[in-house]
Design a protein around this ligand. Structure first.
Ligand code: KIV
Length: 271
């Protein structure tokens, strides 16, 4: 029996209804047209055009180098492949922090040039003015708390966040701040499961967890990680649903052999 949502087109309103009736929200990243088509046709609720494109598409060590123009390219490619899912595009590092006017103009560019449904940005009180300004233009905002990879140079590691009481308390306050400002949902990344569950119960907007346990209202993974394309990254929270690295390596090896052996193309494969 399929457990996919029966919803036709996913909107931010649909996500809040899903939370109300206790239906879990499924979210995956995608960065290009072909992958987005597959993920959407499979029935995913939300597609995130994450700035993790900086890592898995461009090969950078961090998410910091990716630019607004590059995020717009990925976002527009994804939107062209999607019929049903809600598409959220990450605002990249440097496009919204410390300047709410610039944040608004970055978000407007994303909405105009990609036709996505919403933007996501990282942080709590530090970026609340940017969030409010973007929301004032009618652009839906997804928040992102816990491990915020754009702040890697502040924290120095990608380890679990908010294990200490003070950081957990700040995260709870930030979560309420984002909800009060008008965010429609938020990602909770790599925090203790008990804390994520507490926040999810306290909030009326949906929480989407990654490495945050089963108590959040939905789950998100990076598609290259869950399909096993990216082998190097193996955190505890990651479940691999395929081993595409092996499948693709074997297929490419097979092709190379066929070319070298003059087996490809055969008579039927030519004009
Ligand atoms: O960029 C990204 O892929 C993300 C997810 C890990 C939530 O922000």
């Amino acid at each position: 029996m399929s457990t996919q949502s029966t919803v036709k087109v996913v909107t931010t309103h649909v996500l809040s209804e899903m939370k109300l009736r206790g239906e879990k929200i499924s979210m995956l990243t995608a960065y290009d047209y072909s992958m987005a088509r597959i993920v959407d046709a499979a029935g995913i609720d939300v597609i995130l055009v994450g700035d993790s494109a900086s890592n898995v598409m461009a090969g950078h060590e961090t998410t910091l180098p990716i630019t607004l123009d590059q995020m717009i390219y990925h976002g527009a490619s994804v939107v062209r492949g999607v019929k049903r899912a809600l598409v959220v595009v990450d605002l990249p590092f440097g496009s919204y922090q410390g300047n709410s006017k610039e944040a608004l103009s970055s978000a407007i560019r994303i909405m105009k040039e990609t036709a996505a449904d919403a933007v996501k940005l990282e942080g709590g009180i530090e970026v609340i003015e940017s969030i409010k300004r973007i929301l004032s233009a009618g652009i839906p905002v997804m928040g992102h708390l816990g491990l915020t990879p754009q702040s890697i140079h502040k924290f120095g590691t990608y380890t679990v966040r908010a294990k200490e009481e003070a950081e957990a308390q700040k995260l709870i306050e930030d979560a309420h701040l984002l909800e009060e400002a008008g965010c429609f949902a938020m990602v909770l990344e790599k925090i203790p499961a008990a804390l994520a569950e507490k926040v999810s119960k306290e909030l009326t907007i949906p929480t989407i967890g990654i490495g945050a346990g089963g108590g959040t209202d939905g789950q998100v993974l990076v598609i290259h990680d869950m399909l096993g394309i990216n082998r190097e990254f193996s955190p505890r929270f990651l479940r691999r649903y395929a081993d595409l690295y092996s499948t693709m390596t074997e297929a490419v090896g097979h092709y190379i052999d066929d070319v070298k052996n003059r087996d490809f193309p055969n008579e039927k494969e030519q004009y």
